[in-house]
Design a protein around this ligand. Structure first.
Ligand code: DX5
Ligand code: ZN
Length: 218
């Protein structure tokens, strides 16, 4: 069964707590926090203060997706704020290896993220040191976009790589995930699906989370 990570980018910004509690009670496996700097992506969202504020109100692992230029400037703050996973984009820094090592030094899971146009060859050298790989299935920056199905072979390729190489990473997919495509990403090898609008832009987020999971057991 796939793990589900609801993204608070589509939650109610003036009253996040009920949405977070609903996600947890609905069986969400992680809480996805999208961090945007207005440079790496054309949108602004949250900083480490948000992670610190959420930390005491949930026991879900906090999955922080940094969509910011030179993320090594901020990884320490996110780790200290209580992140359980910190994801950094390979396109966002010339020092991806250093950024990932910094995350691991804090005892936090290190994740490398790939934009839709970025091939797996860009992260080959860091695969042995990462805990997770995030495959973007939309162009990062906004919730509610359409799933890019050409990313399925990329997920399959990563799944094959981890079966042969000296590495042991989970595969997370992010963007446009719904009950229409979750089975296909799971079949391709994804372990974790991020879902924002599908979960929160609905009257019954609990049912939405359950539907995503059930689709991967049918
Ligand atoms: C996009 C973010 C996603 C976003 C997903 O840049 O990384 O996590 O919240 O939203 P949906 O599920 O609506 O595509
Ligand atoms: Zn994300």
């Amino acid at each position: 069964m796939i793990k589900v990570a609801p993204s608070i980018l589509s939650a109610n910004f003036v009253d996040l707590k009920p949405d977070i509690e609903v996600a947890q009670s609905g069986g969400a496996d992680l809480l996805h926090i999208d961090v945007m700097d207005g440079q790496f992506v054309p949108n602004l969202s949250f900083g480490p203060g948000m992670v610190e504020a959420i930390r005491p109100i949930t026991s879900m692992p906090l999955d922080c997706h940094l969509m910011i230029e030179n993320p090594e400037r901020f990884v320490t703050q996110f780790c200290q704020a209580g992140a359980d996973v910190v994801g950094v984009h390979v396109e966002s820094t010339p020092h991806i290896y250093r950024a990932l090592e910094m995350i691991k030094q804090h005892g936090v899971k290190a994740e490398v993220a790939l934009n839709p146009g970025t091939p797996i060859s860009m992260i080959h050298e860091v695969l042995p040191i990462v805990d997770q790989v995030l495959v973007m299935t939309v162009n990062p920056g906004f919730g509610g976009q359409k799933f890019i199905s050409q990313m399925l072979p990329k997920i399959q390729q990563l799944n094959q790589l981890r079966q042969t190489g000296d590495n042991n990473f989970a595969i997370e997919v992010d963007g446009g995930i719904s009950d229409q495509n979750v089975a296909s990403v799971y079949k391709a090898g994804a372990d974790i699906a991020v879902a924002g609008s599908y979960v929160f832009n609905n009257e019954d987020p609990v049912a939405q989370i359950k539907k995503l999971k059930t689709r991967t057991t049918e």
